[in-house]
Design a protein around this ligand. Structure first.
Ligand code: ATP
Length: 305
C-alpha cells in the first residue's frame, strides 16, 4: 500500500477541519482530491506530508507509520504545497542543490540528482537563472522538481495547476503525467474538469469528509446526465414528448425551452432529434443538462449524511 490514512481528523481550534479521512492508494497513477474551497484538501495533504500533525488518526506511507518513523516515511514523500517554498534569490541550480541536501541525498550523488531532475522538468536551459526571474509556469516546474528530486514513491501536489495560463496548463499536465509514470501522484483541485483530465481515481471531499471515492469512470457514470435541455421554434405539446420511448418527465422552462428527463439511455439524444425532424418542431438547441459541480457536491454530500 503506497498510502493509507486511518481516520484522519484535524481540529484547528474548536471546529473540525477534517473528520475520519480514510484513503487507500495501492496502485500507480494519478489520484485526484476534489473539493470546493475550504473543503479540507490542504489540511489533508499537509498531514499526509508531515507539515501538520493530525489531531487524530494515522498516516502510513509505503507501510511505514509516519508517527512512529517520520524520517523513513518522509523519504517516500515529495510535496508541492499550494505556495511552493521557493527561495527566489537563488538560481535553479542553487535551489535544487539545497533541496537535495535537505532530502539527505548522499553528497556525491547530489549533482547527478539535480541534473536528472532538471532534465525531467525541462529546466536544464535555465540552470543559472534566478528563480525570481522565471515565469509562473517555470516556477511551478522548479516546485515540482524539488518534490521528486529524492525519487519518492508518493508525490503530493496541492492545486498544482491553479493560476496557470492555458499554455502553462498544458505543459504542467504533460509534466505531471510523465512524473506519474514513475511515482504515484496525489493531487488536489477544486475544478472537476482538471481532475477528470488527469486522474485515474477521484476522492471527493466536502466539509471535511470524504463523500465519494472511486475510479474516474465510476464517478462519470454516477454523475451522468439524466436530463436534456431542448429549445424549439415550434414546440410540441407536453404529451407528445412524454410518449417518446425512454422519457420519464417533461418540464417546460418557458414557451420554447424544455427539460426532458430520461432513464439514462445513450440513444435518447438521437431519438429526440429524430422526433423533432419528423414532426417539424424546429429544434434550435439541444444539450445534456449535466449538473453543475455544486449540484453534484450537494447530491453526493446528502447521500452520506
Ligand atoms: N491555520 C488554520 N487555522 C484555522 N482554521 C484553518 C486553518 N487552515 C485551514 N482552516 C480551516 O479549515 C478548513 C479546511 O481548510 P483547507 O485549507 O484544508 O481547505 P481546502 O480544501 O484546501 O481549501 P482551499 O482550496 O481554499 O485551500 C476551512 O474551513 C479553513 O477555514
Amino acid at each position: 500500500m503506497i498510502l493509507k490514512t486511518e481516520n484522519l481528523s484535524h481540529r484547528y481550534s474548536s471546529t473540525w477541519a477534517i473528520r475520519d479521512i480514510n484513503i487507500e492508494i495501492a496502485e500507480h497513477g494519478i489520484i485526484g482530491l476534489l473539493g470546493s474551497n475550504g473543503a479540507g484538501k490542504s489540511t489533508t495533504m499537509n498531514i499526509i506530508c508531515g507539515t501538520l500533525n493530525p489531531t487524530e488518526g494515522n498516516v502510513y506511507i509505503n507501510g511505514i507509520n509516519k508517527r512512529k518513523d517520520p524520517e523513513a516515511a518522509k523519504r517516500e514523500i515529495g510535496f508541492l504545497p499550494q505556495n511552493p517554498p521557493l527561495y527566489t534569490d537563488l538560481t535553479i541550480d542553487e535551489y535544487l542543490v539545497y533541496t537535495a541536501e535537505l532530502r539527505l541525498i548522499d553528497k556525491r550523488k547530489v549533482r547527478a540528482a539535480v541534473e536528472e531532475v532538471k532534465d525531467k522538468c525541462g529546466l536544464s536551459h535555465f540552470s543559472s537563472r534566478l528563480i525570481k526571474n522565471l515565469s509562473g509556469g517555470y516556477r511551478q516546474r522548479v516546485g515540482i522538481a524539488q518534490s521528486i528530486i529524492h525519487k519518492p514513491k508518493l508525490v503530493v501536489m496541492d492545486e498544482p495547476t491553479n493560476g496557470l495560463d492555458p499554455n502553462q496548463l498544458i505543459e504542467a499536465r504533460k509534466l505531471i503525467r510523465e512524473i506519474a509514470q514513475e511515482h504515484t501522484v496525489l493531487l488536489s483541485s477544486h475544478i472537476l474538469s482538471e481532475i477528470n483530465i488527469l486522474c485515474r481515481e477521484i476522492i471527493m471531499i466536502e466539509s471535511g469528509r470524504i463523500v465519494f471515492s472511486d475510479t474516474m469512470d465510476a464517478f462519470n457514470n454516477y454523475t451522468q446526465a439524466h436530463s436534456i435541455l431542448m429549445k424549439f421554434d415550434n414546440p410540441p405539446a407536453k404529451e407528445m414528448l412524454q410518449q417518446i420511448k425512454g422519457v420519464t418527465g417533461v418540464e417546460f422552462l418557458n414557451s420554447q425551452q424544455v427539460r426532458i428527463h430520461f432513464d439514462g439511455d445513450q440513444e435518447m439524444n438521437d431519438r429526440l432529434i429524430s422526433a423533432s425532424v419528423e414532426n417539424g418542431w424546429k429544434l434550435r438547441e439541444i444539450g445534456y443538462d449535466k449538473g453543475m459541480l455544486d449540484d453534484i457536491f450537494k447530491q453526493l454530500s446528502t447521500q452520506t449524511a
